[in-house]
Ligand binder design. Structure first.
Ligand code: MV4
Length: 450
């Protein structure tokens, strides 16, 4: 097992990883930018090293800065958290070359899964349904038009290197397809330095359900059930829950099996998530793999009792899973809301600044993952997540009641947060019934609540 881990991240996830390490008897080295010099999580680490100025490009995204810190601190492994360098195949490769374990999948797996069209191919090879679309990347507009006519309009042009909705364009006919390809390619070139795109049939208001996977380096793969992440705004998840409330049992079972089959076939290791879109008729289609620990991982931890971060560390050290699928037991229902320093009344614009009052919710079945506290100044340089509020109860109805109570309890003053917005969400009949899709937030904000 590792004796010293560098945590290449900040905020709540840095704290989450440090806590796991401490419970495992592993020393921790935190790194921070000058904007985070007072970060509460630094005090929980055995050592902390400043790696650069506020802009992430010069600190949390700087491979030389982080590797220098790792060498100086003499760590045996790096945990990248989520975002930043967590899905950077080049970084994972350099870690390996420097004899430092990267706590995540291999650089090869990150590279394959980072190329959405290659990931699609991997899914097809594993016999997992993908959205009907192009065979690999588009090579020309005329050929794309031929494919689009075969699969039927509307189609979606997607950037191979994409994610988070960037480099995506809908096309309804041959003519709009030509311009969709051009603008998706241009956007992808600027955003990712890779202009390649592929085609998929456009699904109208699908649900977004993802399956959590753990895989060891000895060929064992298990799923830890699913999370429904359909409550999103502009590709930012806002609420995540498990189980998915409107997924019929047999469909769920097939989805979970599909996810395991894909990751086994791909030789994937460590923690990962297989994302699916679910159509109105409950057909599900693979879309992508997230090769990292995700923001919403606590939802899965609560319904399975498995500590995903500890598992990541164990698996990266080469240990066996040590349990079978049947040993992974699902219990109750969990819901997470992301508390962001944003103003819901002003189009969710970022609201950095000083927190003058911090009084988190608590009680039975309540978990708050946060690095924030009274007097904490939310810096303007990074993403606006300040807390995750997660509730776990014997069933969804009770989880919603507890969440409602927690949203009343949770008090944050000095900055605007998304807390008031969640009060609207969970009291909405469409959310309460569980019959919501990826159009839910847009409807709620437009006032066209159905
Ligand atoms: C789609 C889709 C409809 N049809 N693919 C958005 C981000 C990326 N992860 C995939 N996304 C979508 N892909 C096909 N073929 C609709 C979306 C989508 C979406 C997906 C998941 C959660 C929220 C979403 C919001 C808008 C669009």
């Amino acid at each position: 097992m590792f004796s010293r881990i560098l945590v290449a991240n900040r905020g709540e996830i840095a704290l989450r990883v440090i806590r796991a390490c401490r419970e495992m008897g592993i020393q921790t080295v935190a790194v921070y930018s000058t904007a985070d010099a007072k970060g509460s999580w630094l005090r929980y680490a055995d050592e902390s090293i400043c790696i650069g100025p506020a802009p992430s490009s010069k600190s949390y995204l700087s491979i030389p800065a982080i590797l220098a810190a790792a060498e100086i601190a003499d760590v045996d492994a790096i945990h990248p958290g989520y975002g930043f360098l967590s899905e950077n195949a080049h970084f994972a490769e350099i870690c390996r070359a420097s004899k430092i374990a990267f706590i995540g999948p291999t650089s090869e797996a990150i590279r394959t899964m980072g190329d959405k069209s290659a990931a699609r191919r991997a899914a097809e090879k594993a016999g997992v349904a993908v959205v009907p679309g192009s065979k690999g990347k588009i090579t020309g507009e005329d050929e794309a038009i031929k494919t689009a006519r075969e699969i039927g309009y509307p189609v979606l042009v997607k950037a191979s290197a994409g994610g988070g909705g960037r480099g995506m364009r809908v096309a309804h006919n041959d003519m709009s397809l030509r311009s969709a390809i051009q603008s998706a390619q241009a956007e992808a070139q600027v955003a990712f330095g890779d202009s390649s795109v592929y085609l998929e049939r456009y699904l109208d208001r699908p649900r977004h359900v993802e399956v959590q996977i753990l895989a060891d380096t000895h060929g064992n793969v298990v799923h830890l059930f699913e999370r429904d992440c359909s409550v999103q705004r502009r590709h930012q998840k806002m609420v995540e829950e498990s189980p998915s409330p409107a997924l019929p049992k047999p469909v769920r079972k097939r989805m979970l099996q599909s996810a395991v089959r894909l990751m086994k076939t791909a030789g994937y290791t460590n923690a990962g998530t297989v994302e699916f879109l679910v159509d109105r008729d409950n057909s599900f289609y693979f879309i992508e793999v997230n090769a990292r620990i995700q923001v919403e991982h606590p939802v899965t931890e609560l319904v399975t009792g498995i500590d995903l971060v500890k598992e990541q560390i164990r698996l990266a050290a080469g240990e066996k899973l040590g349990y079978d699928q049947d040993d992974v037991v699902f219990r109750g229902a969990a819901i997470e809301v992301r508390v962001n320093a944003e103003d819901p009344e002003q189009g969710f614009r970022a609201c950095p600044g000083r927190i003058t009052e911090w009084s988190p919710a608590g009680g039975p079945g309540v978990r708050v993952d946060s690095h924030a506290h009274q007097g904490y100044v939310v810096p303007p340089n990074y993403d606006s997540l300040i807390a995750k509020l997660i509730v776990h109860k014997p069933d969804r109805r009770q989880a919603l009641l507890a969440l409602d109570r927690c949203l009343d309890e949770f008090t944050i003053s000095g900055i605007k947060t998304t807390l008031p917005f969640f009060r609207r969400v969970i009291r909405h009949a469409g959310f309460a019934s569980g019959h919501y899709d990826t159009g839910f937030v847009e409807d709620l904000l437009a006032g066209t609540e159905s």
